[in-house]
Design a protein around this ligand. Structure first.
Ligand code: HEC
Length: 127
């Protein structure tokens, strides 16, 4: 009998634990209207979340936290120029309280759970 490598068992166990959370956060993206302009792998009106994940990935925890804060700010305030000329509308309803916590979960999901694709050439980060 062949033994199944421990790493496969561990990642399967992790997937079983993390996927319900990932589903919940995908549902938050849908209920907040984000999916109208963002898909996981294909750029539609806004960048694909896989691209966002790729462009803002970092091994540095401080940099990751700063990226998360900048992304939340961009979603709340809206604006163009990072991914091209099309602006994202402002989402002032996500600025505070429980709704802001929901936005934080969506951005965490985009940065950690969505599979990173490629960071495109036209990407011009603000800072
Ligand atoms: C009407 C279309 C539209 C909707 C709705 C929308 N976005 Fe966007 N989003 C865009 C566009 C266009 C951009 C690119 C803006 C730019 O180039 O600066 C973008 C950019 C982003 C980025 C990358 C920002 C950066 O600084 O790199 C994130 C993250 C994001 N959106 C998340 C969200 C979330 C979360 C929601 C839902 C609360 C949402 N978007 C709703 C169109 C939209």
């Amino acid at each position: 009998m062949k033994l199944i490598p421990a790493s496969i068992l561990i990642s399967a166990a992790l997937m079983a634990v993390s996927s319900p959370v990932a589903f919940a956060d995908a549902a938050l993206a849908a209920s907040n209207g984000c999916t109208a302009c963002h898909q996981l792998e294909k750029k539609v009106i806004g960048p694909a979340y896989g691209q966002v994940s790729a462009c803002y990935a970092s091994k540095d925890a401080k940099k990751l936290a700063a990226n998360k804060a900048a992304l939340m700010k961009h979603v709340v305030e809206g604006g163009a120029g990072v991914w091209g000329a099309i602006p994202m509308p402002a989402h002032p309803q996500l600025k505070e309280g429980a709704k802001n916590a929901e936005l934080g979960k969506i951005i965490d999901w985009v940065m950690k759970d969505v599979k990173a694709t490629e960071c495109p050439k036209e990407f011009k980060p603000k800072a």
